[in-house]
Design a protein around this ligand. Structure first.
Ligand code: SF4
Length: 335
């Protein structure tokens, strides 16, 4: 018997060396590939959306109007950030601000549409507290659309908020903590004061650090807020912000600045005039066809290849005989 056999008999065979654990797949790459695999989305638009107007290239909008082409690409990361924002809107409106009695707007009864309420506070905060145990609240907030016919602009704000009622809640935290049903009843009796438009935004931590005051509001949100303010005549927006890490919420008040509305209407004029006249707008964000944005743009060729644009438009119109085109023959910028 060898020494090894003797040792094995005494102590058992030596442990097998541990196999290194196989590396796990890179799930982020899988998710991003899944999003990419779904291909670019088509944006068939003949209205200007307030939320996207700041970044919109007038040429791109016009080219896409005549020849709708899938162009909006999402990564898995983007989609999850958007889904997080969607959930956060839903949660704040239905589970927090609505039941607290500070959010006014359109409430839809998920059990019976007979009871739907417009321009209303949450119809039944007490029921909302009982709902807490359930996944789907009976009363759900519906973001009603806004349209500005003359400029062909659309959008929807996140509701109307009473800062005075919020202030009362902040001043009476003990009642809220210890006797919530009474607090919810009492808040209904607080004069609503001046209502403000609500905009809920979730953001990265670094974006949150750079947005601490009204002046630091990003320009694209300033334009969006001013468009809604102009459409509704309510010249105050309350941004309710939260970072996507700890969801520490805070408020920023942003008041109307007509310069942003003027900027929005300048862009709208450029776009609708170009579509009316079957021309390509002059002002565009790309210096030339090799500019970074042009390199990513699905309309790069149509945008930069010189040619008879009116003939190209006619070709597009002829190839879509069933399409209902806008009648902008008499369109002029509204006074
Ligand atoms: S290439 Fe640039 S300027 Fe031309 S449509 Fe695209 S984004 Fe606009």
């Amino acid at each position: 018997m060898s020494i090894t056999d003797t040792l094995n008999k005494l102590h058992g065979p030596p442990d097998e060396p541990e196999k290194p654990q196989a590396e796990l797949p890179d799930i982020r790459k899988v998710i991003n590939a899944f999003a990419t695999g779904q291909g670019p989305q088509s944006l068939k638009q003949d209205w200007l959306r307030a939320s996207g107007l700041y970044f919109m290239c007038p040429r791109e909008f016009v080219l896409n109007y005549w020849k709708p082409t899938p162009s909006v690409k999402f990564t898995g990361d983007n989609l999850m950030k958007m889904a997080c924002g969607t959930w956060w809107h839903w949660h704040m409106q239905n589970k927090v601000l609505g039941p607290l009695g500070v959010l006014k707007g359109c409430w839809v009864n998920s059990v019976s549409d007979v009871y739907n309420r417009e321009n209303s506070w949450h119809p039944d905060p007490e029921l909302a507290l009982q709902d807490e145990a359930h996944q789907l609240p009976v009363w759900q907030f519906y973001e009603a659309g806004l349209t500005e016919q003359g400029w062909r602009m659309t959008g929807h704000h996140d509701g109307l908020v009473s800062v005075d009622r919020l202030r009362w809640l902040a001043d009476n935290l003990n009642v809220v903590r210890k006797d919530l049903p009474s607090a919810l009843k009492e808040v209904q009796a607080i004069p609503v004061g001046e209502l403000a438009l609500l905009e809920l935004k979730s953001q990265s931590i670094s974006a949150a650090e750079h947005w601490q005051t009204a002046d630091e509001t990003p320009d694209y949100y300033k334009m969006q807020a001013n468009i809604y303010q102009h459409m509704t005549g309510i010249h105050k927006t309350i941004f309710l912000l939260a970072d996507r890490d700890e969801f520490k919420c805070r408020l920023i008040q942003y008041d109307y600045d007509d310069a942003w509305w003027q900027e929005a209407t300048r862009k709208a004029t450029t776009i609708w005039t170009a579509i009316r006249d079957r021309t390509l707008p002059d002002n565009c964000p790309c210096r030339d066809r090799d500019f970074w944005r042009a390199k990513k743009c699905v309309f790069r060729k149509s945008c930069w290849d010189e040619g008879d644009f009116a003939a190209w438009v006619k070709l597009q119109a002829d190839s879509q005989p069933d399409r209902k085109w806008l009648n902008l023959a008499d369109w002029m910028p509204p006074e």
